[in-house]
Design a protein. Structure first.
Length: 293
């Protein structure tokens, strides 16, 4: 039996929605999982991260698969796993969420789908440590996810398509762990209020396609001000994006990728790339669309 799963890239936070908002994007990793008779683990990787990703049981997709099999008591003789990756590694576009979500969904399918989507979501969050990327990867579209006791409640928004999404991926990797270590444990009440209003406004704006609101609605005081020292020029880049005509821009997830929402004709990606280059950092521009099926 062979299972093939396609998982989208994701951009988490969208500015003010730290650990609560995520959007899936039309950029995919594919996972093929096959049970084999020989007691062996075979891992092949192509595409993004092929030179870096481990081929043994420390591989994140393999760990996700093993955790699901442990939970349901499924013991395959051997496994062959093929990963075809389009999502840049450790760049803020959800590569680890895709490995986890893809691994769990593929393993569940191989075992005859014993776990529900909610159970997979909860297990994915337990592996990833925060819910916004895995929820968007599993559900697609734009998601709002909140922790409720030990469970995660998640809802999905319909978003109009007439907006251009540009991701600019600088040529250095930033681990989510490192980008979370710079965050404070407590934030001032006024900063919480600042984000609260904007996150609510952003949800309304996305739903209505009221893009002009994004300039304000994508502002954030909970994580980006602390992370800007990990991403050279970040504040200038936000200003440049706005000057070039983007509706709004934010650090994608924990970074270092910057994501911008703009009118279709706007070439904001090149301007952001130029700002990175001016600081001696090469960057790639990806023109993306939301994944809304
Ligand atoms: N919400 C998470 C963070 C996303 O900002 O740390 C990580 O990609």
């Amino acid at each position: 039996k062979r299972i093939a799963v396609r998982v989208p890239a994701t951009t988490a936070n969208l500015g003010p929605g730290f650990d609560a908002l995520g959007m899936s994007l039309k950029l995919y990793n594919r996972i093929e999982l096959e049970e084999i008779e020989k007691e062996q683990l075979l891992v092949e990787v192509e595409g993004e991260g092929a030179a870096l990703l481990p081929r043994d049981d420390s591989n994140l997709a393999v760990r996700a698969i093993a955790s699901l099999f442990r939970r349901i008591g499924y013991r395959p003789a051997g496994l062959r796993l093929r990963l075809y990756n389009e999502i840049p590694l450790a760049s803020g576009l959800g590569s680890s969420a895709a490995a986890i979500a893809g691994g769990l969904v593929a393993a569940n399918a191989l075992a005859g789908n014993p776990l529900s989507r909610q159970e997979i979501l909860d297990q994915a969050v337990a592996l990833e440590g925060h819910p916004d990327n895995v929820a968007a990867a599993l559900l697609g579209g734009v998601v709002i996810v909140v922790q409720d006791g030990t469970f995660y409640s998640c809802t999905r928004l319909q978003v109009p398509r007439n907006v251009k999404i540009t991701a600019v991926v600088p040529d250095f990797r930033l681990s989510t762990k490192a980008a979370r270590e710079v965050l404070p444990e407590f934030v001032p009440l006024k900063d919480a209020v600042y984000n609260l209003g904007r996150a609510a406004l952003l949800v309304a704006a996305l739903r209505e396609g009221n893009w002009d609101l994004l300039g304000v609605a994508m502002q954030d005081r909970l994580h980006q001000p602390y992370r800007c020292r990990l991403v050279p020029g970040l504040n200038d880049i936000f200003a440049i994006a706005r000057k070039e005509g983007a509706y709004g821009a934010a650090l994608s997830g924990a970074g270092p990728t910057v994501i911008a929402f703009s009118p279709p004709e706007c070439e904001v990606g090149e301007a952001i790339r130029g700002a990175f280059l001016a600081r001696g950092i090469e960057a790639r521009v990806l023109n993306l669309e939301p994944e809304l099926e």
